[in-house]
Ligand binder design. Structure first.
Ligand code: NDP
Length: 297
């Protein structure tokens, strides 16, 4: 079998287009565009790239982008003051503080200070709680994007065996919750799981969110499994190259011999994250303006 390639890039482009159209519709009704504020503290090069591409994507989706770049030595108090200002700014529907923050800052208290109704990243404990008890809130962008790819590919997930590898608050745990809510039978595996390969082998759906290059080989997979690879790992550069290749947590080529469908890295889950961020911002804008968010986004 040769697995079907799940084209996250194309799916994300379609989602961004629909969000952009809906954002234009929102502007007509509300008299303003949806607004996303992104806060970057320090000069981390990867974060810099993410923030720039989020800003561009926000503008391309007919939304206002507010970028706040703060010095690496910004204090907790100054960052909290900015978050407070954004919480109270009616032009701002979504607030994203780019992680990781420099080590001297208290990440948890900064996230806790963001208004849950503007927490488009879905990292606030109130939104984690809402997801856990089945209330509508904001779901972290990466797992929600994975879910969109899964339902697009498989339709109804009822009764399917799903194994999520990784239990972080931003990917693994919310992913597992979304799969349970979709009536899959879910196992969460992690670094202490015994016999991981045989656990994964049971799965109709594998979501890998580990951060270990090409850890999952074809022997781990059930025939026809749907594989969502969240991992983004950079290999050491080949001689003469300045950057190493990006790979996922799954050995793509060999896994493709066994899986039914699989996301590539890059071009799979990665592009979904920004598209879902824009989707969450659009939903936030509707809620903040007392309007009903469009269906099916
Ligand atoms: P974390 O480091 O927070 O979590 C990794 C998880 O993997 C932990 O639960 C850890 O277990 C588990 N783990 C580590 N080693 C093993 C192992 N040998 N066997 C089984 N489980 C293991 O990472 P994140 O959840 O933040 O991210 C995971 C990956 O996804 C990374 O590569 C990251 O770059 C990528 N990512 C991609 C995004 C995208 O947009 N595509 C967005 C977010 C993340 P334990 O809890 O026991 O330590």
């Amino acid at each position: 079998m040769t697995a079907q390639r799940i084209d996250g890039k194309a799916f994300a482009a379609r989602l961004r287009e629909r969000v952009g159209e809906a954002a234009a519709g929102f502007a007509t009704k509300a008299g303003r565009r949806p607004g996303l504020a992104v806060v970057l503290v320090g000069e981390d090069p990867a974060s810099n790239v993410y923030v720039r591409s989020k800003g561009k994507a926000t503008v391309a989706a007919n939304m206002e982008s507010f970028e706040h770049r703060l010095a690496a030595d910004t204090s907790d108090a100054d960052l909290l003051a900015l978050v407070d200002q954004l919480n109270n700014d009616d032009a701002v529907d979504g607030i994203l503080v780019q992680l990781p923050l420099p080590g001297h800052l208290d990440e948890q208290s900064i996230i806790a200070a963001i208004s849950p109704d503007k927490d488009v990243d879905g990292f606030h404990v109130i939104n984690a709680g809402r997801l856990s008890v089945g209330q509508s809130g904001f779901v972290p962008c990466t797992p929600l994007g994975c879910m969109m790819l899964l339902t697009d590919r498989l339709g109804d997930l009822s009764g399917l065996e799903a194994v999520v590898i990784g239990r972080s608050n931003i990917v693994g745990k919310p992913m597992a919750q979304l799969l349970v809510d979709a009536n899959a039978t879910v196992t969460i595996a992690h670094s202490r799981t015994k016999g991981l390969a045989s656990v994964v082998k049971r799965a109709d759906i594998v979501v890998a969110a580990v951060g270990r290059p090409e850890m999952i080989g074809k022997d781990w997979l059930k025939d026809g499994a749907t594989v969502i690879d969240v991992g983004i790992n950079r290999l050491p550069p080949e001689p003469g190259a300045d950057k190493g290749k990006l790979v996922g947590d799954v050995a793509f080529a060999e896994a493709s011999e066994v899986a039914g469908a699989i996301t590539p890295v890059p071009g799979g889950v990665g592009p979904m994250t920004i598209a879902v961020l824009l989707r969450n911002t659009l939903v936030a804008a509707h809620r903040n303006a007392g309007l009903t968010a469009p269906e099916g986004l």
